[in-house]
Design a protein around this ligand. Structure first.
Ligand code: NCD
Ligand code: ZN
Ligand code: ZN
Ligand code: ZN
Length: 418
């Protein structure tokens, strides 16, 4: 007898939309077929609903340890699974920063005790921690190496490419880049006059900074290297991706697909984020590149800060927005408005990020895959509000913007969690 059978679900398999029964045993998907006769301990009727793989989020800041007033591994993963996200890759700008193998091992241990879903951890590369990175790379739970080419929350800046080349030669891992180039940021620091505000953010951190950073990353591409551009924000970056360098992948975040600098007067510091939201033309180029498959994945860059921290004057307010609650609803809303096909959405939320992160058991409804699944009413809508999000920081930049609805149910390793 199966543990769970999902009956007559809409599924997306190998890029095609169909209907199937999906049977789960011992945490895995054991069978996918037009009709499965055998009974199950739990029967889930799915007529009219879509059973999609749990989303794999390549980019979250769960703030644990050290900044747990904003989020921690328990609260962040609880928000994730409630929203249909069942694997997250955590970033290293915590306190202490994840720059030693011991710090990474500590996070793995905290996750083992408290996390509601799978979590993998990035280690930051600094000028002098290559030995530590090599050690960390053998820890189960290691996600890859994070490189900050420009300063952002946490200040783990790495200027110049010598240390990066050395690390790429020695560690055959995924290297993810925050690619705003520091020299360009520095050159524009005075550009918004003596009293910059939230509407100045995209002027102070111009598209030129990410375009130059993407060029620097492209120059590192070689067969066998795995380079990943985080949070694309500008049309200028898309043009560079057209070169299709070997082993180069990229992600875009929902706030860059939905919000622009025109929203800054309304949202103030709530939309202060690095890289900034830019012009409607940039947003449209990102949407088109996601639909075309030029951009591989959608990742949240979930970067919670408290509402009090965001209420500080612009120069002191921290950059970053929460996103786990709204990731899948924001992407499925693009499907509802005709900007994205359902197979492209599933690829960008599930299959592609699992491939980028080398997690073959994740991101697919397929026999043998982990039974991390979410059930969705594709026609439903939900308008996010501070009162309905689960992230510890309790606010969302999508307040008042209609998105697709939240999941009807979520399963991690075959167990219902939401
Ligand atoms: C992130 C954070 O707060 O940790 N902030 C942000 O604006 N995106 C850091 C980062 O990803 O750059
Ligand atoms: Zn970043
Ligand atoms: Zn310039
Ligand atoms: Zn980030």
């Amino acid at each position: 007898m199966y543990d769970v059978v999902f009956r007559s679900a809409t599924v997306v398999i190998d890029g095609a939309v169909g209907t199937a029964d999906v049977a789960v045993r011992d945490g895995r998907i054991e069978r996918v077929a037009p009709s499965i006769g055998s009974p199950a301990a739990v029967e889930v009727p799915c007529e009219g609903l879509a059973l999609l793989p749990g989303a794999v989020d390549l980019h979250v800041h769960l703030r644990d340890p050290g900044l747990t007033h904003k989020e921690d591994l328990a609260s962040g993963t609880a928000a994730a699974v409630a929203a249909g996200v069942t694997t997250v890759l955590d970033m290293p700008n915590t306190r202490p920063p994840t720059v030693t193998a011991a710090a990474l091992a500590d996070k793995v241990e905290t996750a083992r005790r408290t996390a509601a879903c799978d979590v993998r951890f990035f280690m930051a590369l600094t000028r002098d921690n290559l030995d530590e990175v090599e050690r960390a790379a053998s820890i189960p739970g290691f996600a890859g190496v994070k490189v900050f080419l420009g300063s952002t929350t946490g200040d783990i800046l790495l200027e110049g490419t010598a240390a990066i080349e050395r690390a790429l030669d020695r560690v055959p891992a995924l290297f993810a880049f925050h690619a705003e180039l520091e020299s360009v940021l520095a050159a524009h620091r005075g550009d918004a006059g003596p009293e910059p505000d939230a509407s100045s953010h995209h002027v102070l951190r111009p598209a030129e900074a990410v375009a130059e950073g993407a060029r620097a990353v492209l120059a590192l591409a070689r067969p066998g290297r795995r380079l990943h551009l985080c949070h694309l924000s500008a049309a200028a970056e898309i043009e560079l991706l057209a070169a299709r360098a070997p082993g180069l992948t990229s992600e875009v975040s929902p706030h860059h697909l939905w919000l622009t600098c025109d929203d800054a007067p309304r949202l103030g510091n709530l939309i202060k984020v690095n890289p900034p939201v830019r012009t409607p033309a940039d947003r449209d180029a990102l949407r088109a590149a996601l639909a075309a498959g030029t951009i591989d994945a959608v990742a949240t860059d979930h970067a919670p800060h408290t509402i009090d921290e965001k209420a500080l004057p612009y120069p002191a307010a921290p950059s970053g927005v929460p996103g786990l609650d709204t990731l899948v609803p924001a992407v499925l809303r693009l499907v509802q408005v005709g900007a994205l096909s359902l197979p492209r959405a599933v690829s960008a939320l599930c299959e592609a990020p699992a491939r980028v992160a080398s997690l073959p058991g994740k991101g697919r409804v397929a026999e043998g895959a982990d039974a991390d699944l979410a059930l969705w009413d594709l026609a439903g809508t939900w308008t996010p509000s501070a009162a309905t999000v689960r992230t510890r920081c309790r606010w969302t930049p999508f307040e008042g913007i209609p998105l697709a609805s939240r999941p009807v149910g979520v399963w991690v390793a075959g167990r219902r969690v939401a």
